[in-house]
Design a protein around this ligand. Sequence first.
Ligand SMILES: Nc1nc2c(ncn2[C@@H]2O[C@H](COP(=O)(O)OP(=O)(O)OP(=O)(O)O)[C@@H](O)[C@H]2O)c(=O)[nH]1
Ligand SMILES: [Mg+2]
Length: 366
Amino acid sequence: MIIEHGQSNGEKAILVSLAKDSRQREEHHESLKELRRLATTAGAEVIAERVQVRPKPNPALYVGKGFVAQLKEQLAENDGNCVIFDDQLSPAQQRNLEKELEAKVIDRPILILDIFAAGARTAAARLQVELAQLEYTLPRLTGAWVHFSRQYGGIGAKGPGETQLEIDRRRVRTRIAQLKKKLKKLATQRETQRKGRANLFKITMVGYTNAGKSTLFNVLTKAGIQTANKLFTTLDSTTRVMSAGYPTKVVFSDTVGFIRKLPHQLVESFKSTLEEVALSDLLLHVADCSDPKLTEQIEQTRRVLSEIRADRIPSLMVYNKLDANSEFLPPSDDTSTGFAISALQNTGLAALKAEIVARSTRHQTR
Ligand SMILES: Nc1nc2c(ncn2[C@@H]2O[C@H](COP(=O)(O)OP(=O)(O)OP(=O)(O)O)[C@@H](O)[C@H]2O)c(=O)[nH]1
Ligand SMILES: [Mg+2]
């Protein structure tokens, strides 16, 4: 049986978040909503959402011992087999929790990596995700990873006096080097394509996942990119060159979305995809104005933009999904007013297009 991404995979999970004090309880329940979307995108069924208030994580178990006992009971009562934590666990915490709970234990980075792995379609995206997964696992390779050695162990792998663990580590490092080499080759190809577009006006959609980047891209370019009400539908960049209606040739690119607590390894390995962003002439920062977390999502996107050194590129704020929040008024910043649009209903786009035309005209006569 082939399990389609987003379909149930038999995992029945409790979601857990740790709040420093009880005043933050509400906020944590709010962010568990996002974790729920991630979990269901990955195919899990959510049976409960739990927040524990605790000033500091327990070094051994992340949450408290009593709380772990409660989780175990709740799993048993609901036929659950998995607990997903809204943060990064240390390798020891993960191991200890699995032992105590007798269930699968997943943390936020692993969950996001899993979604990326299942959604990766192009060669570049696949290589980038595998690299991120291995870089995340490498420091976590301990004696407990017996299944890993069974899977990868082979004849001729054992050197004199080497432990299985060292062999596993070496294999992972070898694979990492291989992946980096392959990605470098792809980057060179991209470089060549990029040179061919050097004098064009490059516009890239950026923004939080599910904001509507691909929908807007399709509207602006009449391309047929997949859009969906799930997180991380797009994992690679797509580019369309347009000339009709523009003073110069304009290149639109759609790319991967951002999220809160994006695993560092993912940003690292998606560098080449994200490099495209840094080489743009104009960014369309798409944000979902109907999302209660709008401000936080904009800030998060800006943080990633500065991490990939794209924060100096001129950008237009595009507040999308106006149809779902018709009261919304776009705020002004020092340089410009944002555009409020609905990509889905094709409203508010004339002003945005006019601004794009104006900017590309300026670029041409520069
Ligand atoms: N109500 C409303 N929904 C929209 C609008 N634009 C996009 N959507 C919906 O929002 C969901 C996400 O749209 P996408 O275009 O896939 O979003 P994205 O930013 O490309 O998302 P990822 O590629 O997953 O990061 C889809 O279900 C769209 O139909 C809009 O203007 N109004
Ligand atoms: Mg998309």
